[in-house]
Design a protein around this ligand. Structure first.
Ligand code: GLU
Length: 483
């Protein structure tokens, strides 16, 4: 089995395309197949190397490593279409020589006028076939004299083109509605429908899995396979990923690219797991599974025909699961840029500060949806303003007095021991004890559990690379001063 993902490097990787890449990857991984990455960069105006790089980075970030393709090599390269021009030229010549393709000299204006008149007459626009019957030698002469010409495929009339789509079942198009498609533009650049067939055939692709926006291209491509006598691959057209209003997911719905979800602080394993659930199910009411297990269970036959809706709340739910089980050092790596952005990390992180992050973040991560929210959870560590609201003076003094005499509250037990002594001195307990302690030590009415945040504060004091942290002792003293 050989499958491929064939992005056009004209922008960021859309999550819909990322899902297409993922389904290809799942199939290849689960069936011991080969996953190919081919760059379709024949749209010279819109393709950029920067986009290509960004797509590669996003695929790698998701863990969708390819076996063959740009950067990976392989026996069927090159894997960038602009580097495969000679094979397109050879294939064009073959088609022209066999009369299965022909030069078309119609100007853009002529074609446009024809298109408009057809639309005006309520007909689907289709090439009129004006140049179909120009004798081949005459066409060649005109072309050699420098007349601008495209190459079109001679579509055989009066018959059906049928294929069995794995997702959609049998699909049939009548050739009478298919105008002779342009295969090569007048500047010699191959059109998508042409290059994709030559490449898929030469790269021995067995399964073409792509978005359903390509379904109407498929009959044209099948006619090309026929024209060359190439073995047709199996096709599977995946339904598009929709927004909550059932329109294709686009900018107006919010984030659409892998890059945006990455920046919002979703973990790659969460995005991968979530995308796999759009239009497919690993079964047995199990949804949270790692990529290798998804691959083991993946069957193209079980992919739903109906459109899948992208639900960011569900993605957040999946992300919460992975944030609970992530390895702490990796969590620290991933959280660092977000904490830096918020000024909580400033400068080179010392080994002690790094160790602090590794020990503190897992507790915080258990209650957030996304990485940047870790900075919210840590806010109480780095930002302290003594509360000005009225607090029970007996309690404030008792706490400040205990802390003045205590070691730093670097663990839960030390904190609990202090709280117990304050309890004995004031007679307060439960919420009446701990809520004001929270207000005094964090300046806030809410936040992470005190058992987590109090030791986090006192252990962060003075660590190199972190923003300045005021100790619990100094916090309590500052509040006592306000009495
Ligand atoms: N370059 C095409 C796209 O990005 C590939 C379509 C296909 O997989 O055939 O839509």
């Amino acid at each position: 089995m050989r499958v491929r993902f064939a992005p056009s490097p004209t922008g960021h990787l859309h999550v819909g395309n990322a899902r297409t890449a993922l389904f290809n990857w799942l199939l290849a991984r689960g069936q011991n197949g080969t996953f190919i990455l081919r760059i379709e960069d024949t749209d010279l105006e819109r393709s950029t190397r920067a986009s290509e790089q960004a797509i590669l980075d996003d695929l790698r970030w998701m863990g969708l490593q390819w076996d063959e393709g740009v950067d990976a090599g392989g026996s069927y390269g090159p894997y960038r279409q602009t580097e495969r021009m000679q094979s397109y030229v050879d294939h064009t010549n073959r088609l022209l020589a066999e009369g299965k393709g022909y030069y078309c000299f119609c100007s853009a204006e002529t074609l446009e006028a024809h298109r408009k008149s057809q639309l005006a007459a309520g007909l689907p626009p289709k090439y009129a076939g004006t140049c179909r019957n120009i004798p081949a030698e005459e066409a060649k002469r005109r072309k050699d004299r420098g007349e601008a010409a495209v190459v079109r495929l001679r579509v055989p009339g009066g018959r059906n083109v049928t294929f069995n789509d794995v997702v959609r079942g049998e699909v049939t198009f009548h050739t009478d509605v298919i105008g002779d498609p342009v295969l090569v533009r007048s500047d010699g650049i191959p059109a998508y429908n042409f290059a994709v067939v030559i490449d898929d055939a030469l790269m021995k692709v067995t399964h073409v899995i792509r978005g359903e926006d390509h379904i109407s291209n498929t009959p044209r491509q099948l006619l090309l396979y026929e024209a060359y006598g190439y073995q047709q691959p199996t096709f599977a057209h995946l339904s598009l990923v929709m927004g909550p209003d059932h329109a294709p997911l686009s900018k107006r719905h919010g984030a659409t690219s892998v890059k945006e979800f990455r920046e919002k602080g979703y973990l790659p394993e969460a995005l991968v797991n979530y995308l796999a659930l759009i239009g497919w199910s690993p079964g047995q009411n199990e949804e949270l599974l790692p990529a290798d297990e998804l691959a083991r269970r993946f069957r193209l036959e079980n992919v739903a025909h109906s459109a899948g809706v992208f639900d960011e709340d569900k993605l957040a739910w999946v992300n919460r699961h992975y944030l609970k089980i992530i390895e702490p050092h990796r969590l620290a790596d991933l959280a660092e840029p977000h904490l830096r952005q918020r000024g909580q990390i400033a400068g080179e992180l010392s080994a002690d500060a790094r160790a602090w992050l590794v020990s503190v973040l897992p507790g915080m991560a258990a209650s957030v949806d996304r990485l940047p929210q870790l900075a919210d959870r840590l806010d109480a560590v780095f930002n302290f303003t003594a509360p000005t609201e009225s607090l029970d003076p007996t309690l404030v003094k008792a706490l400040a007095g205990e802390l003045a005499a205590s070691p730093r509250l670097t663990d839960k037990d030390t904190f609990r021991a202090v709280a117990n002594r304050v309890k004995d001195k004031t007679g307060l307990k439960g919420k009446n004890l701990f809520h004001p302690i929270r207000v005094i030590l964090t300046g806030s009415h809410e936040g992470p559990e005190l058992d987590l945040i109090v030791p986090a504060i006192d252990r962060a004091v003075g660590l190199g690379g972190l923003a300045n942290v005021i100790s619990c002792k100094d916090r309590a003293a500052a509040v006592a001063n306000l009495l």
